[in-house]
Design a protein around this ligand. Sequence first.
Ligand SMILES: *Cc1c(COP(=O)(O)O)cnc(C)c1O
Length: 376
Amino acid sequence: MSIPPKIPMVDLRSQYLKIKNEIDAGINEVLDTTAFINGPAVKTFQAALENYLGVKHVIPCANGTDALQIAMMALGLKPGDEVITASFTYVATAEVIGLLGLTPVLVDVDPLTFNIDVDAVEKHITPKTKAIVPVHLFGQCADMTKLMALAERHNLYVIEDTAQALGADYVFNGSTRKAGTIGQIGSTSFFPSKNLGCYGDGGALMTNDDDLAAKMRMIAHHGQRIQYYHDVLGVNSRLDTIQAAVLNAKLPHLDSYAAARNRVADKYDAAFANHPKMRIPARAANSNHVFHQYTLVLQQVDRTALREKLAAVGIASMIYYPVPLHMQKAFASDRYQSGDFPVTEMLCASVLSLPIHTEMQEDVQDYIIKQVLELI
Ligand SMILES: *Cc1c(COP(=O)(O)O)cnc(C)c1O
């Protein structure tokens, strides 16, 4: 294998080619039956994911953002209620809080794991607080032990945003649980580049609570339990049968995909550990890591110049995320100003994510490592 002229962040094509037969067969079956909406593959996938996660209910839906919205609707959150989430995350989490007329209360993150700082959560709890949304950022779980204990003390719901960590394990009070199955509700995304990605948009909710499962299923289907009888205002959020067919082909590979990502991460770690200009990703307690992203914290480095130099030798890199949520125009409010969340602001100014995916070739990664060490 030679070094390709352009090394992307993810290589979905090589992954597809390896499982092309399974994928194509699944898609062709849907085409043959024309069961495009709620076809048998959706039910099969739901059951397979319930089994994989060890959770009672999976509710497939159209994307990870809808999943978060449906979760908050099912919990009966009302305008004025406060929902606490991290300032260092993808916008979707806070976006739906705002869209539902709830108040997003952002808090800072832990500098080592990049995940929500549970002590900061505690400081922001008020009588209006109703829920906490931890994000398992980049592939490892937030401190669910401490967070669930805090939520129980204050009688708050926990919705785990598992869009980046599907398949991660967390040791919760002595038993191993899958990310997304510890809080009252978990949400996830099957966006193509996520760890379990389909070939378009897709998402799901998970819960062990029968009542919440029924409510979420109803909300995702126009608020109906029986066709054409609408009990509540809902949304239209379905997982397409074709996407379910893709996911049925890919779910059996999810653990080996996580192992492949870990091999890439371990190799980066070995090459970059103790380098004066970068800090390798820390491993969170009680969680394993499924490395949705491999994210370095740069120290005293001109990040823009480094990214340009890497791009010039064909290496993609990304900044997840360049602007903290509290500094986004969409969330501008008297509540926040620059300097409020020093860890998030430091991370936004200094993180750099390198290519990581299931099909990384050794010699390609060697080339990336050599160039990073030379150009930093
Ligand atoms: C991708 C992502 C989402 C949203 O998922 P979509 O399927 O793109 O709507 C939500 N939260 C986080 C943390 C994500 O990474």
